[in-house]
Write a protein that binds this ligand. Sequence first.
Ligand SMILES: NC(=O)c1ccc[n+]([C@@H]2O[C@H](COP(=O)([O-])OP(=O)(O)OC[C@H]3O[C@@H](n4cnc5c(N)ncnc54)[C@H](O)[C@@H]3O)[C@@H](O)[C@H]2O)c1
Length: 326
Amino acid sequence: MAILVTGAAGFIGSYVCKALLERGEEVIGVDNLNDYYPVALKQARLGLLEPHTNFTFHQVDIADVAALKQSVSGRKVTRVVHLAAQAGVRYSLENPMAYAQSNLVGHLAVLELCRHTEGFEHLVYASSSSVYGNANQAPFAEEAEVDRPVSLYAATKRSGELISYSYASLYGLPQTGLRFFTVYGPWGRPDMAYWSFTDAIIQGRPIKVFNNGDMRRDFSYIDDIVAGIMASLDTPPVAGADGLPNRVFNIGNSRPEELMHFISVIEDAVGRKAELELLPMQAGDVYETSADTHLIEETCGFSSHTPIEVGIPKFVDWFRSYNHES
Ligand SMILES: NC(=O)c1ccc[n+]([C@@H]2O[C@H](COP(=O)([O-])OP(=O)(O)OC[C@H]3O[C@@H](n4cnc5c(N)ncnc54)[C@H](O)[C@@H]3O)[C@@H](O)[C@H]2O)c1
């Protein structure tokens, strides 16, 4: 029995594939290898997976229902980890249609695949802390009101949760949505602040600090998050109070950091002071993200224990070796 991972060449997806392969699972990975950020990085992540003989990869757009179905043809796939998406808050201002295609049509295509699979067991899919917007009191708990998105990205992620709910209601499809809170680590994403800050500080370029640095973020280290995804996958939902096998969990570090402290940890790891370009708040950004993770801890035994003082130096070491910096 194989497990399908969408977004397999992505940051989190490549780690999930690796963790599944290392415990002996058969994994089918799909990804369209789009050029939102350098494809070479996606290829390099896939390169780490290719030595595993129980890994198969298909370059497929998940919004293409027929191609997605073809990628699992002849295989029994009763569990899916769905991570493919157009990510990023800021890019949704420039390229809105990419979000509709991957995050709405693509999400629905994955649900269709699952619902037509006999004996389907569990779909774990990625949502985002961005669904909490700016209207909620931190730390954010799952029952908070999440219908006031401040970016299109957040709106598509919340829509994914709602579409999933309808499939749980209509077809009893067992699902877990995970609201990720700023995940970072080696093999991470070039569009995220931890990457661009590290790059600029190493090169001696100024870094853009929005809202004059007055922001707080719940930074989650990749290894903790992957352990949480695996634990969620292994603990399918039972019918809740509404009778549906459908749930949404926060998955984060529950230790929000001041942005300026985060920058100082990168400075220490790089061994150089940052030159700051202080800017106003960007459209679509949120002031604070902070995860209440009680639900996933109690249900799946999740724990996040890596502080940024440990995780950031690991990222910076990897970044230097990946870019041949010394
Ligand atoms: N990394 C974070 O901090 C974070 C935070 C919140 C939510 N998320 C969500 O977690 C998931 C994984 O994020 P990530 O950081 O690994 O991002 P990523 O961009 O590195 O990975 C996503 C992968 O999906 C692929 N993809 C995009 N659209 C596709 C399509 N239509 N068909 C097939 N493949 C497609 C991309 O090529 C990419 O490799 C995403 O759903 C993202 O929205 C991530």
